[in-house]
Each structure stands twice: as C-alpha cells, then as structure tokens.
Design a protein around this ligand. Structure first.
Ligand SMILES: [Mn+2]
Length: 350
C-alpha cells in the first residue's frame, strides 16, 4: 500500500462519495474555473488557492486565481503568485473573470461577505459555487459546501480532495509547497489542537512527493525585515498590557507606532502568538489601527477558551475557538481600548 492509499480512510468525512462525485461532475467538460479566497488572504487562503490551481492545471484544466486583495509580502515567494488577478488592482478584470466562470471555488471562507469587494461578483456569478472551508457557522451560499471546522486548515481539505479523488499523482512540487504553507501557517507550525494524526500523515505524503519543508519554513518565516523585528520588540516592551488575574495580554499599536517602524502589510503577523507565549497568559489580543477610525483585532487563546465567541459578541468578528479576528469601526485607538477593557471586564464577570 502506498502512503496515499493508507491515508484514504482518514480523509475529512466532508468528502463523501456523493460530494466527490458532484465535484467530478462539475469539473467534467473543461469548464472555466476561477478560484478565490477571503480578503486579506493569509497563508492558508493563498496556499489553498494556488495549491488547488497547480493541481487543476496539472490535469489540463482551465483555471485562474482571483483574490480580493494583496497578501503580505512574506508569501510572495509562493509559486504562481505572478499569475493571480487581484480585485484591488484591476477590479473590472477580476469581476469579469468571476462573472464568466463556470465553476467558482471559494476557499478558506464561508460567506460571501468575507470576500471583501469580490462579494457582489461572487453572489451574482452564474458559476456553480464550491466552498471548501474550515471556519465555523458557514453561510448557505454554495451548491457544494465542504465544511469541516475540526480541520486545521483549508489546505488539508484540498490535500484530502487530491487523495480521495485519485488526483494525488498531479501533486507537483509547486502544489506541495503551496499546500504545505497553509498547513504550517494555519496550525501555528502544527501546535494547535486542531492538528491531528491525519494532518501529520498528509504532511508525510507531501514529503513523499518531494517537498522540502525546511525551505518553505525558511522562505515564510526567516526572511523578515529588520524594522519588522524591531516593531515586534517595541510592541512587546512598550505596548503590552497584562491582566494578571484574568490571564489576558493585550498589545495595541496605533498609526504613529506603525509609521515609526515603516510598517508594511504583514509586519505584525505572529505578534499575537508572542503574547500567548507568555507564562500565565491564556488569551492574547492584538489591536492595530489600520486606518484612522478603524482598529483591527486578532485574538488567540489556549485550551477551551473560546475567542470566536468573544469576537463575534463584541468585535463584529469570528473565526475558530483558539483563533479569531474582529474590527472596531468609528473609534480612535483610545476609544477602542476602552471598548475592549469594557468587553473583557464583562466577559470575565460572566
Ligand atoms: Mn484557514
């Protein structure tokens, strides 16, 4: 038995024989395929989109990747990024591609509103929609919805599809690199509870296909600018507030802080996990003023502490039990911090 065959019994149950058959039917007859992912695409969004794209191209499909906006530069190395059409750079072209698609893959998001400015094009597209995602509480918008909130990454679900549909032989080195990137970034380098034996088995299968995982890790994590590293140092030493009793750590960076360290998109990635790494901290919150009057939030937690519930109740957000995001609109950083203090006090009391 090959490694791939050994894995087949463990693929996400979302890939039922019926779902596999439905997707096979959708892909028959050389349709125009467009692959998209959520706005502010992260490693899993870009990785799953490009990974699926490479897999489909290898079997001769007519496929393109269209994303709402750019991703952080630490993902620029991924094979295929030059071919992506970005809505924020050419909205007309992006919208017409989505409109003319026969099959539209929606990866790593579970409702059109998560696709930013592409949302309207997705909703009005004549394409048959396929959602592949692992966030909780999906909207009912896709003809075929593969939703597995127990799975650590969308890339794992795409790997499962390659295994279960018999397309693993199309797994090129480029596809493997992209999919591994999502597997490693969305699991905090395989540390979150969502990581399973199957996750590691999928990685083993990628390694059997020739993947150099160390190279992916270096390209993704060991290529940071000095100013980014210094921004992290500043944030941790000057902007971290610890709620000792509650085991909560909060970092807030305003535009002035960010400008001082020549902030570019992606520079604060990972900072929230540094907070969570502090002894006694069970919940980490990172706040960043992205525009005047707009504060973006990242939340992380240990164990069963549910930051998704906190984010959806107070910060107009959502995500997973241990990793969530949110946003506060129409307030200064000082107001946003007051709002967070108030929410946390209420949360602790409840
Ligand atoms: Mn994801």
């Amino acid at each position: 038995m090959t490694t791939e065959e050994n894995l087949l019994g463990q693929v996400s149950t979302s890939w039922s024989p019926e779902n596999l058959q439905t997707l096979d039917g959708m892909l028959a007859g050389n349709p125009i395929i467009v692959i998209t992912a959520h706005r502010s695409p992260d490693g899993d969004a870009v990785g799953s989109a490009l990974g699926l794209w490479h897999l489909l191209l290898a079997s001769g499909a007519n496929a393109e990747v269209v994303l709402p906006d750019r991703f952080a530069s630490f993902l620029d190395w991924m094979p295929g990024t030059d071919s992506i059409c970005f809505h924020e750079e050419d909205s007309r072209r992006a919208e017409s591609k989505v409109a003319e698609a026969d099959v539209l893959f929606c990866l790593d998001f579970n409702g059109p509103n998560r696709a930013g400015n592409l949302a309207a094009a997705i909703t009005s597209s004549k394409a048959r929609l396929v959602m592949i995602d692992h966030h909780r509480e999906p909207d009912d918008f896709a003809e075929l919805a593969i939703s597995d909130p127990t799975c650590g990454s969308t890339c794992e679900l795409v790997c499962d599809w390659a295994l279960a549909s018999g397309r693993w032989s199309s797994m090129s080195l480029d596809a493997a690199k992209c999919l591994y990137t999502g597997l490693v970034t969305d699991t905090g380098s395989f540390r979150f509870p969502s990581v399973s034996a199957h996750t590691h088995a999928v990685v083993a299968a990628l390694l059997h296909s020739g993947l150099n995982h160390a190279e992916v890790h270096e390209s993704t994590f060991d290529d940071q600018s000095l100013s980014r590293v210094q921004l992290h140092g500043f944030a941790l030493s000057e902007r971290l507030k610890i709620w000792d009793e509650a085991g909560i750590g909060v970092i807030a960076l305003d535009l002035e802080d960010l400008n001082r360290f020549h902030y570019v998109s992606g520079d604060t990635e990972g900072l929230v996990n540094r907070i969570l790494g502090i002894r006694g901290v069970e919940m980490a919150i990172f706040m960043r003023e992205s525009d005047p009057g707009k504060v973006k939030m990242s939340l992380r937690s240990k164990g069963n502490l549910d930051v998704q519930a906190l984010a959806s109740q107070y910060f107009d957000g959502g995500g997973h039990t241990n990793a969530a995001g949110g946003v506060l609109l129409g307030m200064s950083m000082a107001d946003a911090q007051a709002k967070v203090d108030e929410a946390l006090n209420e949360w602790i009391r409840s």
